[in-house]
Design a protein around this ligand. Structure first.
Ligand code: CAA
Length: 283
């Protein structure tokens, strides 16, 4: 199964990062979103990130131009009909993802592989509601996509071997490392990372430390590149809460209870960097 053209659904920070690395690896990319403004912002963001890579000598100037030339955008899901692989990177809400798959699948060729960049939702359940559970799997990138080496590959119960092998070959071509994870809530990375972030929020909630001392402790005391609260702002507090809810519901253990302070921030619309306010104020 040869993959040449990749459809990316969702032009947010994950979707634009995925489009960026795919285009650099010489795949043709068709990026789609519901708003033209989101697509324009994504192309601008990709160009800025590529320029940064050029200025640091990571990418040749000619490769930057070629990569940008390989990314096309569209507002119509139906345009993804001619792609070989689709990566859905829309909002982390199951109903939204399901609606996208329902709208998309009548336009897809039968052999097209459908994947989700979901950070925690059951791949088996998402797959079961599509017309191609054998050719469906989890393709989970880490943020920032151009920098992070890992991609989690998650097979649903019905995923067939050619589908896994084709996705694995794409990860290899990106020069990234694939980790195979079983289809359980949070897979590997978020099963471990999110409870740590949630615990950092509890540490704040209970007054054990303040935002700066908590982050500084984990940066200097555990050698993390970012403190957990800064990282939560970077990922998005709504995404962190959604993942904690998936862990809590799916594993039915109170140790995954989302911290009430995390819920409160999300209810306030303080979602981190993307709204310019989270545990830190970016205004
Ligand atoms: N695109 C391209 N390059 C980028 C980039 C982007 N969006 N963001 C950063 N970079 C590059 C920089 O150009 C720089 O390159 P050089 O090493 O060549 O100089 C390098 O990354 C480091 O960036 P900075 O110097 O600007 O800043 P930094 O040293 O503070 O590193 C960071 C930034 C890479 C984000 C680092 O802080 C880090 O690794 N943080 C932790 C990130 C993390 O844990 N991500 C996983 C989140 S979990 C997840 O994604 C899964 C989920 O489902 C929620």
């Amino acid at each position: 199964m040869s993959i040449q053209t990749i459809g990316v659904i969702g032009a947010g920070q994950m979707g634009n990062g995925i489009a960026h690395v795919m285009a650099l690896a010489e795949y043709n990319v068709l990026l789609t979103d519901v708003s033209q403004a989101a697509l324009d912002a994504a192309i601008e963001g990709i160009a800025g990130n590529l320029e940064r890579q050029v200025s640091r000598g990571k990418v040749a100037e000619a490769d930057m131009g070629a990569a940008l030339g390989r990314i096309n955008t569209t507002l119509a899901l139906s345009d993804l009909g001619a792609t070989d692989l689709v990566i859905e990177a829309a909002t982390e809400r199951e109903s939204v993802k399901q609606a996208i798959f329902e709208d998309l699948q009548p336009h897809l060729q039968p052999q097209t592989i459908l994947t989700s960049n979901t950070s925690s939702i059951s791949i088996t359940r998402l797959a079961s509601r599509t017309d191609r559970p054998e050719r469906f799997m989890g393709f989970h990138f880490m943020n920032p996509v151009p920098v992070m080496q890992l991609v989690e590959l998650i097979r649903g119960i019905a995923t067939d071997q050619p589908t896994y092998d084709a996705c694995r070959a794409v990860v290899d071509k990106l020069g990234k490392t694939a980790a195979s994870a079983e289809d359980f809530p949070g897979f590997i990375v978020n099963r471990i990372l999110m409870p740590m972030i949630n615990e950092a929020v509890y540490t704040l909630y209970e007054g054990v430390g303040n935002v700066r001392s908590i982050d500084q402790s984990m940066k200097l005391g555990a050698n993390h590149p970012m403190g957990p609260l800064e990282l939560a702002d970077f990922i998005g507090l709504d995404t962190c809460l959604a993942i904690m809810n998936v862990l809590h519901d799916g594993l039915a253990d109170t140790k995954y209870r989302p911290c009430p302070l995390l819920t409160k921030y999300v209810e306030a619309g303080w979602l981190g960097r993307k709204t310019q306010r989270g545990f830190y104020d970016y205004r």
